[in-house]
Design a binder for this molecule. Structure first.
Ligand SMILES: Cc1cc2nc3c(=O)[nH]c(=O)nc-3n(C[C@H](O)[C@H](O)[C@H](O)COP(=O)(O)OP(=O)(O)OC[C@H]3O[C@@H](n4cnc5c(N)ncnc54)[C@H](O)[C@@H]3O)c2cc1C
Length: 498
């Protein structure tokens, strides 16, 4: 343990920047009893709570409040299902969530696991768990079964047959077909015979569905990636959401409590603006801390960025990246996700809203290339992916917001829809709408050349590392990249490779 820590409060052995899934896992691993030799650790997160990309932009006002007060308020709001922040884990696929939970629990002691169970059991589960379904919205609501059998206004029988084939015939999650999958991985979708032999009309109709599901430039992705995305869309969301990940459970607040109890300093509502490096102080982090505004800097011997590499760019000079990482951030622009949330949706939903469409069901608007998600607490989230943007004012983002609103018009009450159509704005007196830009959406694009990828978690200076889901070669699913990169950082920290 560093001897400086007793004399200087803002001196740490390890600083972790980012409290998303990778920051959480790393902090849990570093603070396990067997790893206590890592010394004094700080975890810095700019949002009011941990959890990362899925918990962005809380609408609550926390200025002047302490961390305890903030957490209490978040917990209260989530249990009352009011004004919740971000989509939460509800929109990640259930398999990923279960895997993440297994990893998180594996770093807890028996006693902490019991505390976790107690924490989760504090709320009675009255909701009946229903499997989520998907509806396609054009003029009417079309169920998945109607779409896939060609008995709707959206697809003809032939087009439905083609969609079924792309979604089910080529990708299989089972190992025995991996070889074939790898072979198909090398073909771009737009160059595949299966796509090129289709008639122009079928291509046009299917394009809007593929684009809504797979994201921009989907045709430049590998054939198998497109088929896999379709397979995942039609299969993976059907299981009920695991209890621990329901928003009102506040899993991320429980984890924060555990980390604090283990001696990690967790600083939420604290943004790292800049990192300077010199031989004397090693890493000096310049902060904008809303909870403790006078705390403007911290020093750390080792620094780990637990966030997408591209987001480290404004914080640390590009020269401090490794050559491979630097090439990656120059060449690969991640995707962005624009989300618009209507918080009191149930009171303004369309008179034609079908009774069988309910919580956790997904909507897909093929004309607008927008996805919708109805949360357990009656919020409707519209989202669409676009090429990387970091400003809400960017023309591409404004165009995306206009599409989100056109999609909303299809499912809102006639009187509200009319008002929006006139002014293309949400009438704020009737609807509470929030628009959020997530700089990195589900993942980085999948059409990047194979020779541009990040394998190394070690950055360009001694003691500097990064982890998260930018590490293409470590594993294919984003959560696997998070786990594998955190593991890699741990090995390096333990092996004193820093
Ligand atoms: C809609 C959606 C659906 C998804 N579905 C899946 C899925 O089904 N399966 C799957 O495996 N993955 C999925 N993902 C991807 C998954 O969310 C990410 O892989 C994962 O969240 C990455 O975690 P992370 O900790 O690396 O990054 P993040 O979650 O982005 O966490 C980084 C954290 O750093 C903080 N931060 C950034 N800059 C600063 C700063 N300067 N100072 C302080 N803090 C800072 C951010 O606030 C954030 O909390 C999905 C993502 C989205 C958006």
């Amino acid at each position: 343990m560093s001897s400086r820590q007793e004399s200087n409060n803002s001196q740490y052995d390890i600083a972790i920047v980012g409290g998303g899934l990778s920051g959480i896992l790393l902090a849990l691993r570093l603070s396990r009893e067997s790893h206590k030799e890592h010394g004094k650790i700080v975890l810095i997160e700019q949002q009011p709570q941990l959890g990362g990309r899925n918990f962005f932009s809380s609408p609550l006002n926390f200025s002047g409040k302490s961390c305890e007060e903030i957490n209490q308020e978040i917990l209260l709001h989530s249990s009352q299902c009011q004004n919740l922040s971000g989509p939460g884990f509800e929109i990640m696929n259930v398999e990923s969530l279960n895997a993440m939970l297994r990893h998180i629990l594996s770093h807890l002691t028996e006693d902490e696991k019991n505390q976790c169970e107690e924490f989760m059991n504090r709320l009675e589960e009255n909701e009946t768990d229903r499997r989520s379904r998907c509806f396609f919205v054009k003029k009417d609501f079309v169920s998945e079964a109607q779409l896939l059998t060609g008995s709707s206004e959206i697809l003809t029988k032939r087009e439905a047959e083609l969609l079924r084939s792309f979604a089910y015939d080529f990708y299989s999650p089972h190992l025995d077909s991996q070889e074939e999958n790898i072979e198909r991985n090398n073909t771009l979708f737009e160059k595949s015979t299966q796509w090129n032999e289709l008639a122009k009309g079928s291509k046009e109709t299917l394009s809007s569905i593929f684009s809504s599901i797979v994201g921009p430039d989907w045709e430049k992705s590998s054939f198998i990636y497109v088929c896999k995305s379709l397979w995942v869309f039609f299969n993976n969301f059907k299981e009920p959401l695991p209890k621990s990940f329901k928003r009102k459970m506040g899993l991320e607040l429980f984890i924060e409590k555990i980390l604090r109890a283990r001696g990690i300093e967790v600083r939420t509502l604290c943004e790292v603006l800049r990192v300077n490096h010199n031989k004397e102080t090693n890493f000096s982090l310049i902060l904008a801390d809303e909870v403790n505004p006078t705390h403007k800097t911290v020093q750390a011997d080792k620094l780990i960025f637990a966030m997408p590499l591209v987001q480290c760019l404004g914080i640390i000079a590009k020269e401090e990246f490794s050559p491979e990482q630097s090439r990656f951030v120059s060449k690969v622009r991640p995707l962005s996700l624009v989300v618009s949330e209507i918080s009191d949706f149930l009171s303004v939903r369309s008179e034609n809203w079908p009774e069988n469409v309910g919580a956790c069901d997904r909507l897909l608007f093929p004309v607008e290339r927008v996805q919708g998600f109805l949360t357990c607490d009656g919020r409707l989230l519209f989202s669409t992916q676009l090429d990387y943007e970091d400003s809400l004012q960017a023309p591409a983002v404004r165009e995306a917001v206009a599409r989100l609103r056109r999609a909303a018009v299809r499912v809102l009450k006639a009187e509200v829809a009319e008002e929006i159509k006139k002014g293309a704005r949400m009438p704020q007196n009737k609807i509470s709408e929030r628009i959020v830009l997530v700089p990195v959406a589900v993942s980085i694009p999948n059409n990047i050349p194979a020779n541009i990828e990040v394998k190394e978690t070690k950055m360009g200076i001694k003691g500097l590392f990064c982890c998260g889901d930018s590490f293409l070669s470590l594993a294919d699913e984003p959560w696997k990249r998070v786990v594998a990169s955190v593991h890699d950082v741990m090995l390096r920290l333990n092996g004193n490779e820093a």
